[in-house]
Design a binder for this molecule. Structure first.
Ligand SMILES: O=P(O)(O)OP(=O)(O)OP(=O)(O)OC[C@H]1O[C@@H](n2cnc3c(O)ncnc32)[C@H](O)[C@@H]1O
Ligand SMILES: [Mg+2]
Length: 214
């Protein structure tokens, strides 16, 4: 049953539960995961590409900044509440890089993305940092929920793990084949999607979002 929802947000403010939501991403892998996470909530979802929304320039200095600018733009242009995701891989040996530049590390001069090339760059730089620096890394995710009236809320999540080489598995997207979450053996690229959804950075942020809604 859909509830008419107002609940305490982390800061004590109420967050209204939307009935229809624009998913403000142009990444099909993310869209698939966000739809799966939202499925049980009974919220109607429409993708940014279905509405022909432009891809904003990510000019922020943090995952939250970028998530907020993507959600804000989608809510303003569509007149609907919008949920965005800004995420990335942060490698300890690289002082958190590629971080907010995770998508840009995959791009060539024409803007085309090649994930094998991005993973290779991450691995090469991590190795160059030296054995002592290790292979520890985490995925980070910021989710922002923006309303056409100007309200906005953001939630952050992460999952810790280790980099592996060569990449393993064809599932997931982006850097998944080179990331093994702590305590696991399969890479995110090998894992059943439901298993990734149970432990991922996106799922962690999502749990906080849902907790604020109900
Ligand atoms: O901005 P939008 O349109 O949402 O799509 P994007 O692909 O450009 O997304 P980001 O700007 O947030 O870039 C983050 C990149 O980090 C990578 N990434 C984020 N979450 C990931 C995950 O769960 N598994 C693997 N890679 C991930 C992914 O490849 C993204 O392209
Ligand atoms: Mg992006």
């Amino acid at each position: 049953m859909r509830r008419d929802l107002r609940g305490p947000a982390p800061g004590g403010r109420p967050v209204k539960r939307p009935t229809k939501l624009v998913i403000a991403t142009h990444n099909k892998g993310k869209l698939r995961e966000i739809r799966a996470l939202l499925g049980p909530l009974g919220i109607e979802c429409v993708g940014a590409e279905e509405l022909d929304l432009p891809e904003p320039e990510e000019t922020g200095n943090s995952f939250v900044d970028n998530a907020e600018l993507k959600a804000r733009q989608a809510a303003d242009l569509s007149g609907l509440p919008a949920l965005s995701d800004d995420s990335g891989l942060c490698v300890d040996a690289l002082h958190g890089r590629p971080g907010i530049f995770s998508a840009r590390w995959a791009e060539d001069e024409a803007g085309n993305r090649d994930w094998h090339r991005a993973m290779e760059k991450v691995w090469t730089e991590t190795e160059a940092a030296g054995e002592d620096a290790g292979q520890d890394a985490h995925f980070a995710c910021a989710l922002s929920l923006a309303w056409p009236d100007g309200a906005i809320e953001s939630f952050e999540g992460r999952v810790d793990g280790t980099l592996v080489w060569p990449p393993r598995g064809e599932r997931g997207f982006g850097y998944d084949p080179m990331f093994v979450a702590s305590g696991r053996e399969q890479s995110f690229g090998e894992m059943d999607p439901a298993e990734k959804h149970a432990i991922s950075h996106r799922a962690d942020a999502f749990r906080k979002l849902v907790a604020a809604l109900s």
